[in-house]
Each structure stands twice: as C-alpha cells, then as structure tokens.
Write a protein that binds this ligand. Structure first.
Ligand SMILES: Nc1ncnc2c1ncn2[C@@H]1O[C@H](COP(=O)(O)OP(=O)(O)OP(=O)(O)O)[C@@H](O)[C@H]1O
Ligand SMILES: [Mg+2]
Length: 452
C-alpha cells in the first residue's frame, strides 16, 4: 500500500483568539490608513496615530513617550495596541493588564518594573570564532559498556562543509547533547562557538528546499568561505532576561549543589541592587558599541484599574532615559482614581494624563461592523451567506460588536450540525438562544436579581 502524503494536512488544532485577524496597522507609505487592510476596518484616525507611535519607536530618539487609547468598550483599543506591536516586528513587546499588579506575593512596583524591563531590549553584537557549515556527518563514540543515550557519548566527530571547504571536528560529548536537543541532522546548517562549544542550528541547507512540503523549517544558504572563521553574532535579550539570568543561583553539578539550588530558587529575587549592577554593565556595553539599545513597547490595558502608587511609579519610570514607549488603554470616562477620592478623566491623575498623547477610538457604523464580522468569519472558518452577515451586522449595531462576533462561532456549530451554510434563519435561532448584556440586565431587573 502506498500512503498518500501530498494531500494530508495536520489536524493540529488551530486556535483563534479575539485578535487573530489583526495583522498590522494597515497604513500606506505616507502613513495614511487604508480603510480596510491588515485585518482592520475603519478607525482610521486612531490607526494613523498609532502609526506615528510606531515611527517614534523605530527612531529610538524619544524615550518614555506615552499614548492613551481612550474610547468605549469594543472599539478596538486592545486590537490597536496589538496591531502596533505586530507592525514593529522585532522590538520587545510587553503586555500588562492593570489588574495583574494586585498580587498577594509580589509588590505592585515590582510587577510594573518587571514589565518595564521586558520592554527594553538590547542587541548584543559579538565577534566570535566559530566553525560554521552544513553538517555532512555526525559520528558519536559511546563510552565502552555504558547504556545508550546522549549522556553516554564521550566524543563526537562532526564534518562541516561550506561551499569552499570541508573540515572534520573532534569534539567533546557535551556537544552531542546539544545536537540532540536541537535535533540537528545531516543537511542542517549549524555553527559551533570555538571557545564555549555552544551549538546553534541556523536552519536547513537551502538545497533541500524541494525535498518535502511537510517540513515547516527555515532554509538557509550554505555558507561561503572557510569552516573556521570569525562571525558577528547578534543576540536579542531584554533587561528582564538579564535580571533573571543573573538572579539564578549558580552551583556545581553534584547532587548536593543541585538540591541547594532548589532551595535557593524561591528565595533569590531580583533586587534593586542587582538591577543597578546590570544597568551599569549595560551602559558600559552601549558606550563601547558592543550592545545597542532596542527600546520596545509596554502596553498597559484597563489602566483605570491602577492606583495612585502605581501612577506615581509610572511618573518616575517614564522619565528615565531607558524608558520604553508606553501605550495605555481605558474605556472609562470620568471616574475616581483608585486609592483616592479624586475624580479624574479615565481614572488617571491629571499630572500623568498631561504627559500622554490621547488617541480617541470611536464606535462603528453598520457597514464597518459588517466588514469586521466578515473578516472574523474568515479566520474562524465559518461560512455565512450575505444575508446572514447583514443580519449579524444589524444585531451588532443594536447590541455590541463583541456580541455579534461571538454569535459567529455559535452559528457555525449549529450550521455544521445541520450541514448547511449559516443563513439568516440560523442567525435568528442563535440570537434567541443567547442573551446580550441589555437583555440580561432586563431579566435581572424584572426578577429582582433572582432573589425571590
Ligand atoms: N477596526 C477594527 N477592525 C477589525 N477588528 C476590530 C476593529 N475594532 C475592534 N475589532 C475587534 O473587535 C473586538 C473588540 O475589540 P477590542 O477588544 O480591541 O476592544 P477594546 O476597545 O479593547 O474594548 P474594552 O475597552 O472592552 O477592552 C476584538 O476582537 C477586535 O479585534
Ligand atoms: Mg481591551
């Protein structure tokens, strides 16, 4: 029997989240919003403002600028922040929902500080001596009489080839374990740092590109030149990565020190002193040109949930030269600042509000809701008739965009059971099955909140 492989698709579940359809901000070269692009529909002014924020981040000149997205619920504030992050690509992005700062174990300022440092990246450039090439042969030598497995490999011989040369390396068994971990096989392009013996798999040699369509691998060209050479290696880390790496206790490999490590892990924390030390080293790296700052984006959603202490922390942190660009979002109007009885717009103290650029998001028209729902139906892979979409869009205007979006998948389930496309009839049925917020409130009001 011959297995058919060409047309088999993996049935690994594809999870779709609320913002899967958002790819980028959908702007043209001049920064104007294209009415419908990258998953976004309408909300043009806000998208253009976020485009300017993206530019600020790319230019790296302005530290600590902050933007507040303000508008009613369901108008795309979270979507805009994610769109901005996806627009920026390889800058660090840290996402905090304000309620996360209230933890019984960790101080509020600690949570905020951690997220700040997750949004500050470094590109560390180092010139290292490496052996780089396509793997031609891997030959492991086991310890005599030991059980099989990567750990029992004593030495390993690897033959690497570039377009020009070929070289056989005789290496220690620990290198073999790294090869196993990264699943390195013949035909992969790798490099091995000559000082540390660190192995990095770069991808599959591009001459195998037509080999298999099932492979979801990165293809890279076979390097030119000699196998042994100097290579500029760029590493992306955030300050938070450095904090964590340097806070972990280091010990030996014997059993006692490993057990000690378990005891210590809970106790070691990232102290202010450690952070200052790290900052000093980082500053020196930057001055020497070894590292380059890669300021990213910190997104604080539902920021009206922060309290006065958090706001005063933010005030100070935003003025530091290392501060990332911060994007805040809130759907509240004038409300009390948490922890005080002062009323202020969006629940943010006026001194902080004064430092923010405020971007307003507006509600949607029926035709915009129609288009958004259409995009969602696509990513959720639910087929709807034109009439069904129109009906859903109407429901969206009467209730909310989110409610209408949630009905899509429910309709999909019903239609699948009946093996038909979603039509108006099905939309109507599902509409009657689930209450929207207004109806739910109405029911509660008429039943004295169920307290009978
Ligand atoms: N202009 C748009 N184009 C495409 N999809 C949108 C647009 N605006 C909102 N959405 C989608 O609608 C849903 C609701 O939007 P989102 O969660 O961003 O609202 P929000 O403003 O953050 O609301 P809240 O204040 O309740 O947090 C999301 O799934 C979002 O991806
Ligand atoms: Mg939101």
């Amino acid at each position: 029997m011959i297995l058919e492989i060409e047309n088999v698709r993996s049935d690994a579940q594809r999870r779709v989240d609320a913002h899967s359809h958002i790819k980028k901000l959908g702007l043209d070269e001049s920064g104007q919003a294209i009415p419908e692009a990258s998953g976004f529909v309408g909300q043009c002014k806000a998208r253009e403002s976020m485009g300017i924020a993206a530019e600020l981040i790319k230019q790296k000149k302005l530290a600590g600028r902050s933007v507040l997205l303000a508008g009613p619920s369901g108008t795309g504030k979270t979507a805009l922040a994610l769109g901005l992050a996806r627009e920026l690509g390889d800058v660090p992005f840290s996402h905090l929902v304000a309620s996360e700062v209230y933890s019984a174990e960790v101080k509020k300022s600690e949570v905020l500080m951690e997220h700040f440092r997750r949004a500050i990246g470094l590109r560390i450039k180092e010139e290292k001596e490496v052996f780089e090439g396509e793997v031609i042969k891997i030959q492991a030598q086991q310890i005599d009489g030991a059980a099989s497995g990567a750990a029992s490999v004593q030495r390993v011989n690897i033959t690497l080839a570039t377009k020009k040369a070929e070289q056989e390396l005789k290496l220690d068994g620990s290198v073999y374990q790294q090869l196993e971990q990264q699943n390195v096989k013949q035909g992969d392009v790798i490099y091995i740092e000559s000082n540390s013996g660190l192995v990095k798999r770069l991808g599959r040699a591009d001459k195998y590109v037509t080999d298999s369509k099932l492979e979801n691998d990165q293809f890279v060209p076979v390097p030119q030149g000699e196998v042994h050479k100097k290579k500029e290696i760029v590493q992306h880390v955030t300050l938070h990565d450095l904090d964590v790496a340097n806070a972990q206790p280091k010990g030996g490999q014997d059993l006692v020190s490993i057990l000690n490590q378990f005891n210590k892990i809970r106790k070691t924390e990232i102290t202010d002193k450690l952070r200052q030390e790290i900052d000093k080293v980082v500053q020196r790296y930057i001055q020497n040109g070894v590292a380059e700052l890669n300021l990213g984006l910190l997104f604080i959603d539902e920021c009206h949930l922060l309290d006065l202490e958090c706001f005063s922390f933010l005030n100070k942190a935003l003025e530091s030269p290392l501060a990332p660009i911060c994007v805040f979002a809130s759907n509240r109007g004038v409300t009390t600042v948490r922890g005080t009885d002062i009323k202020s717009a969006h629940g943010i103290p006026s001194d902080l509000l004064d430092r923010m650029l405020i971007v307003q998001t507006l509600g949607y028209f029926e035709n915009e809701i129609f288009q958004i729902l259409k995009q969602r139906a696509d990513v959720e892979q639910v087929k709807l008739t034109e009439g069904a979409l129109k009906k859903l869009a109407q429901i969206g205007t009467q209730t909310s965009l989110r409610y209408a979006m949630q009905l899509i998948s429910a309709c999909g389930v019903l239609a699948e059971a009946q093996q038909i496309e979603v039509d108006e009839q099905i939309v109507q049925e599902v509409r009657e099955l689930f209450l929207d917020t207004k109806e739910a409130i109405h029911v509660l009001e008429n039943n004295q909140g169920y307290l009978m």
